[in-house]
Each structure stands twice: as C-alpha cells, then as structure tokens.
Design a protein around this ligand. Structure first.
Ligand code: HEC
Ligand code: CU
Length: 362
C-alpha cells in the first residue's frame, strides 16, 4: 500500500520535471514565432518591430547563421540527453517485480568516462572555432573605397551622428546608403560616449557594440535593402535609457545623395521666424543647441540645424509634430521624464514664436 503511494508520487514528480524541462524549448520556439510575427508589424513613423530573426545586412546575417548553428547543436544535445533521461526513467522505474530489490551498484567505466570528456570537448571546440571565425570576419572587415564614415556619440539619452567626410551633424536618425552586394557601400561607425556606457544595437543590421567613455569602438553596417530599421540603446545608461531609441534610414543611392545635400545647407534664416530665432538666441537654448550659420553652437543637446528633416524628437520618444515640439519646449518631462533638457519656463508668446522658428529648420 505504502509502496504504491510512493511510486505514484515519484511518477508525478517525473511528469512535472518533464514539463518544466520541456518548457525551455517551447519558450524559445514561442520567442521565435513572436519575433517572426513582429517583424511584419509596422510601427507608426516607419519600420517594424525589430527582429534578430530577420537579418537585413551581411553583418547581421553572419551572426544569424552562427546562432542557428549553435541552436542546432545545442538542440541536438538537448534532444539526446532528454531522450535518454525519459528512456532511463521509464526503463528502470520501480515495478512490483523489483520493488524489494536494490538496483545493481556499478562503479567506474573508463570507456564511458573517456567518451563523456572527449565528446563535450569536441563540441565546445567546434562552437569556439565557428564563433572565432565569425568574430574575425565581423571585426576585421576591410573598408572598401566609397565607404561612408560616421562618428556616433552616445549621450544621456540621445545619439549624435557626425559625418566627418561630409560636414554633417545630426541626431537620433542615422541615414546610410543601401549597400548592394554587387556594389558594396558599407557604413563604418566610430563609437564614442560623452558620458557613460551606451550600446548601439539595430537587431536587423548587426550585433551590439558598446560606446564607452575614453575608448573608441568600431562597427560597420551594410544594409542590403532600403527602409527604416529600429533599434535601442542596449546598455542601461540612466533614467531614460528606455527612451533612447535609434532609427536607421537606409536610402537608395539617389535618396542618400539628396539627403546629404540637404543636410549640408546652413540653418534656415526665414525672416517670418525672426521673432522665434531671437528668443532662441537670447535664452539658454543656444548654450546647448547648435544651428549652423547662427550664433547657436552649443554641443550639449542635439544639433537642430535640420530638426524638421527628422520624423521624431527626443530620440524616438515622440513624433516630430508641432504639438509635440510645443509640449517638449514647454516641459520635456511630459514626453521624456529624466531627460537632461530643463523646462525653460518660456512665456506663452515666446513659446509660440520658438515653435514657429523650430518649424523652419528644414
Ligand atoms: C541645458 C541644456 C539645454 C537647454 C538650455 C535647452 N536644451 Fe533642448 N535639448 C537638450 C538635450 C540634452 C536634448 C535631448 C534630450 C533627449 O532626447 O533626451 C534636447 C532636445 C531638444 C529638442 C529635440 C531635438 C531632437 O532632435 O530630438 C528640441 C527641439 C529642443 N531641445 C529645443 C530647445 C529649445 C527651443 C530650447 C530653449 C528654450 C532648449 N532646447 C534648451 C538640452 C538643452
Ligand atoms: Cu544609452
């Protein structure tokens, strides 16, 4: 009677164990399904929910292929170990015939011990070599002539992009040309930080690379189709790390050249917005923001020379609409709590004039 109860209990413990162990591959599978479905969900303002399962550049594809290989190897290990476990539990379970006997006590087997040292060492070696190969290809990628250079500077909580060869400074929305494999035109990023650690990550275009103060990191992107790709600062860098979004807009060659020409223009000096410009240039705004061709040359906040060419403000925290600009200048906390731009407490009339001025910065 007591034995039957104990055996029933051990059976149910086994079943619970199998469900728990089986939950891991199921969770992995669900994550995969979720991101495949997410990759087709458009987001207002362009782009899709980013998915590591939808690589759109050679760099991301190398990492993706490696991760599938690692997943396959570990999946086979899981299936074999799990299968043997289920078989052993079933084959050697307690039955009425053996209930009063101890199982045979076996000690030592050099064949089995050698096998379970050598096989894992070989598996680890194969995984090491394949990873080292991908790291080598990604890190030592040669820079072809015609590559675009961008210096990316991470700030709390926004991104600065400088194109040293083109004389462009912009923020939060990185424009790069498409890199057709037959005419590769990759973009090389030099990654710096103005304050603390950040991490540049566009899942569909490549792996994460950290931006670390007093250190220069590098990475490259070679997007093979046009479109908007979304990403995120992937390193906790302070209160608004979660609203430190990234947008990479991959333009066709003509579109990229047109964008470059537009960005190279100095700031608009539209006389209709002269009142707003005066407010901008006589309050603290100009200490933190630059508008090329005007006295404003602050470096603490985003360059506003071509603010209206961006579809969002505050690093993707809000769409770049008149209403949001007004709300932002009145009190940035309402859009991005913890942002390092103070509420400037400008009078209503000045606020209106400022927003008008901002809207001429095309
Ligand atoms: C103490 C420095 C500082 C002052 C003064 C300041 N700003 Fe800012 N501003 C910032 C920072 C930092 C950001 C980026 C915030 C973020 O995204 O987290 C910003 C962002 C902005 C943005 C959004 C830009 C973008 O592309 O996302 C606008 C527009 C703006 N400021 C306008 C103004 C105006 C107008 C004034 C004057 C009334 C002003 N700022 C005063 C630091 C400042
Ligand atoms: Cu960050």
């Amino acid at each position: 009677m007591r034995d039957a109860g104990r055996s029933k209990r051990s059976t149910s413990i086994t079943v619970v164990g199998l469900i728990v162990a089986g939950a891991f591959p199921m969770l992995g599978f669900a994550a995969w399904l979720f991101s495949v479905a997410g990759a087709t969900v458009p987001i207002p303002g362009g782009g899709n929910i980013p998915s590591i399962f939808a690589p759109a550049s050679g760099h991301a594809r190398l990492i993706f292929d490696l991760s599938l290989f690692v997943l396959a190897v570990t999946g086979i290990i899981f299936a074999v170990v799990f299968g043997l476990l289920v078989w052993a539990i079933h084959r050697f379970r307690r039955t009425a015939a053996n209930a009063d006997r101890e199982p045979p006590q076996i000690y030592g087997s050099s064949q089995i011990e050698t096998a379970w040292i050598i096989i894992p060492v070989l598996i680890a070696l194969v995984l090491f070599l394949t990873s080292a190969r991908v790291i080598h290809v990604v890190q030592d990628f040669p820079k072809p002539p015609g590559a675009v250079d961008v210096t990316v500077i991470g700030h709390q909580f926004w991104w600065e992009f400088r194109y040293p060869g083109l004389g462009i400074v912009t923020a939060n929305e990185l424009h790069v040309p498409v890199s057709d494999p037959s005419h590769p035109r990759p973009t090389f990023l030099k990654l710096l930080s103005a304050d603390t650690d950040h991490s540049f990550w566009i899942p569909e275009l490549g792996g994460k690379t950290d931006l670390i103060p007093n250190r220069v990191n590098q990475m490259w992107l070679d997007p093979q189709r046009t479109g908007t790709f979304l990403g995120q600062c992937a390193q906790y860098c302070g209160t608004q790390h979660g609203k430190m979004l990234l947008r990479v807009i991959v333009d066709d060659p003509a579109g990229f050249d047109a964008w470059v020409r537009g960005q190279q223009q100095p700031g608009n000096r539209d006389e209709r917005a002269a009142a707003g410009r005066r407010v901008f240039e006589t309050t603290a705004c100009l200490n933190c923001h630059a508008v090329r061709g005007t006295p404003a040359n602050g470096l603490f906040g985003p360059d506003l020379t071509h603010l209206m060419s961006r579809s969002t403000i505050a690093s993707g925290a809000a769409p770049n609409t008149r209403e949001n600009l007004r709300r932002w200048i009145e009190d940035p906390e309402t859009i991005k709590p913890g942002s390092l731009m103070p509420a400037m407490k400008v009078a209503d009339a000045d606020l209106e004039a400022l927003v008008n001025y901002m809207q001429t910065l095309r």
